[in-house]
Design a binder for this molecule. Structure first.
Ligand code: ADP
Ligand code: MG
Length: 327
C-alpha cells in the first residue's frame, strides 16, 4: 500500500502556561491518504485546532511522530518548518476575512501569495482565475472584500490557501459562521477542488451533517482519535428497488498498541470504574463491568499473607491442591 500523506503516531502536545501544563494531544494516532477529504469533530477543547496547527507546522508537537509528505515535522529545523508551512499546506480559518486583504480584489487576493512564492504576471493571473472558477466565483473575480458575501469571502479564502499549490488543505471550522445553505456552497467548493486537483483536505466542523460531505469523519476525544464514521452504501432492501440508501457506520479506533477508549457515557451508564471484565468470544469481545462481590473476592485473593507462617505454600488458601499434593 502507498504511504499515507499524513501519518501521526503517539502524538503529544503539552502547552506550558507558567507552572500549569495542558495536555492537548495525548498520544493521538491518525493517518490520511493522498486525495482523501476527512472531517474532524470533537467537543470544544478536545484538541482539534491543536492537531491542525501541528499538521500545518504552526505549533511544534512535544513528542511522537508526524510525517507529512515525507517531512518528519519533529525533526525539521525552524527554517525547514517555515518552508514546509509555505509550500506544503494551505489554511482556511473560520472568519473568511482573516484570510483576505480588504483593499485587493478577489483575483488580486489569490495572486498575492503567488508573488511571495515567486510566481508573477500572466502565469499567476491564469492560475488565480482557474482557482476562483473552481470555487464557483468566476463572476466575482474583480469584486472587493466588502462587495462579497460571507460565503463568497470564504471561497476566496480557499482559493488564496491554494495559491501556492499545497499538497494539503487544512480548514478549521470554515463554515462556523455561515448558515447551512451557505455552508453547503463551501463544502461543494472543497469537494470540487478535492476532485479536480486530487487535493487532500481536512475539515474541522461542528456540523452534525459533516459525514455526508466528506469521505470519513474522525472524532477526537481528550486529545486522542476515538471513533471514525464511514459511509456504508446499502441497498434499500425493498423488492424491485436497486437504488441505494446512504448509511453511516461508526467504528471505534484502536491505537497501534491496541488501546481503545470507553466513552464516558458508557462508563457512567454501567457504573464502570477503572476495571472491566473482557471476554473473547467467537464473534467478538465482550466488555462487562466488574460486579461488586466479584471485586471483593478478587481483592481477598490477591491480598498479601497475614503472617509470616502463611508463606508456607502448603497453607496458602489460594492453592488448596498443593495441600492435597503434599499430604
Ligand atoms: P479544540 O479546537 O478542539 O476546541 P484546542 O486544540 O483549541 O481544542 O485546545 C485543546 C486544549 O489545549 C484545551 O484545553 C485548550 O485550552 C488548550 N490550549 C489550546 N491552545 C493553547 C495555547 N496556545 N496555550 C495553552 N493552552 C492551549
Ligand atoms: Mg478549535
Amino acid at each position: 500500500m502507498a504511504e499515507p500523506l499524513i501519518f501521526c503516531e503517539n502524538l503529544i502536545k503539552i502547552y506550558q502556561i507558567g507552572d500549569l501544563e495542558v495536555l492537548a494531544l495525548q498520544g493521538l494516532e491518525f493517518s490520511v491518504n493522498t486525495g482523501e477529504m476527512v472531517g474532524i469533530v470533537g467537543v470544544s477543547g478536545s484538541g482539534k485546532t491543536t492537531l491542525l496547527n501541528v499538521l500545518g507546522g504552526l505549533v511544534r508537537p512535544s513528542a511522537g511522530q508526524v510525517i507529512i509528505n515525507g517531512h518528519h515535522l519533529l525533526k525539521l529545523s525552524d527554517h525547514a518548518l517555515n518552508r514546509y508551512r509555505r509550500t506544503e499546506v494551505g489554511f482556511v480559518w473560520q472568519q473568511g476575512a482573516r484570510n483576505l486583504i480588504p483593499y485587493l480584489s478577489a483575483l488580486e487576493n489569490v495572486q498575492f501569495p503567488m508573488t511571495l512564492g515567486g510566481t508573477f504576471g500572466r502565469e499567476a493571473r491564469e492560475r488565480a482565475k482557474s482557482l476562483l472558477e473552481m470555487v464557483g466565483l468566476a463572476e466575482r473575480m474583480d469584486h472587493y472584500l466588502q462587495a462579497l458575501s460571507g460565503g463568497e469571502q470564504q471561497r476566496v479564502a480557499i482559493a488564496v490557501a491554494l495559491a501556492n499549490n499545497p499538497s494539503l488543505l487544512l480548514a478549521d471550522e470554515p463554515t462556523g459562521e455561515l448558515d447551512s445553505v451557505t455552508a453547503q456552497t463551501i463544502y461543494d467548493a472543497l469537494r470540487e477542488l478535492n476532485r479536480q486537483l486530487g487535493l487532500t483536505i481536512l475539515i474541522v466542523s461542528h456540523d452534525p451533517q459533516l459525514a455526508r460531505q466528506v469521505d470519513r469523519v474522525v472524532a477526537i476525544r481528550d486529545g486522542k482519535t476515538a471513533t471514525e464514521t464511514v459511509r456504508a452504501q446499502q441497498k434499500t432492501g425493498a423488492e424491485n428497488d436497486d437504488s441505494e440508501v446512504e448509511q453511516f457506520e461508526e467504528l471505534t479506533m484502536l491505537d497501534s498498541a491496541g488501546r481503545l477508549q470507553l466513552p464516558k457515557s458508557y462508563r457512567e451508564a454501567l457504573h464502570i470504574g477503572d476495571r472491566v471484565q473482557m471476554e473473547l468470544r467467537d464473534d467478538g469481545v465482550v466488555i462487562r463491568p466488574v460486579r461488586r462481590e466479584q471485586r471483593g473476592t478478587e481483592e481477598t485473593a490477591v491480598s498479601p499473607p497475614a503472617s509470616p507462617s502463611t508463606k508456607n505454600e502448603t497453607q496458602s488458601p489460594r492453592r488448596p491442591w498443593l495441600r492435597w499434593w503434599r499430604r
